[in-house]
Design a protein around this ligand. Structure first.
Ligand code: NI
Length: 132
């Protein structure tokens, strides 16, 4: 597995894009609405390839709302996404190591319809797996 991106919970995609632009990030793709997950997504990247996913809620049902409320609306990193060459194998491996599968396994509109899922560990936090 390798780190693919860091997910940031943000209230407003455009405001967050401006904030990350001040850090030297450029837009990597377009703003994408994912109604399946009730979120709006924009990827931004540094020249070295570091990728950050800005995730804003489309409505109050978005899972990211909990993170935003806990952070009083301040943009906040809340998941690390790992890309894996053995998606099903790594999902099973992490579950066997105590990670809880907390989402369905579904194609992600903002990442070329590749399969993703989220797993939670009290000690390692929220992890997203992305099929290579
Ligand atoms: Ni992500």
């Amino acid at each position: 597995m390798r780190v693919h991106h860091i997910g940031y919970a943000v209230r407003d995609i455009e405001a967050a894009a401006e904030g990350f632009a001040a850090l030297g990030y450029r837009r990597a793709g377009n703003v994408t609405d994912d109604p399946h997950r009730n979120v709006r997504i924009l990827f931004v990247s540094l020249a070295d390839g570091t990728l950050v996913e800005l995730v804003a809620p489309l409505n109050e049902h978005a899972p990211v709302c909990g993170t935003l409320n806990a952070q009083r609306g301040v943009s906040h990193p809340y998941h690390i996404c790992y890309e894996t060459d053995d998606f099903d194998g790594d999902v099973a491996l992490l579950r066997s190591r105590g990670f809880l599968l907390i989402s369905d396994i579904a194609p992600a509109k903002a990442i070329g319809m590749r399969r993703v899922c989220f797993l939670m560990s009290n000690s390692a936090g929220l992890v997203e797996l992305l099929e290579a």
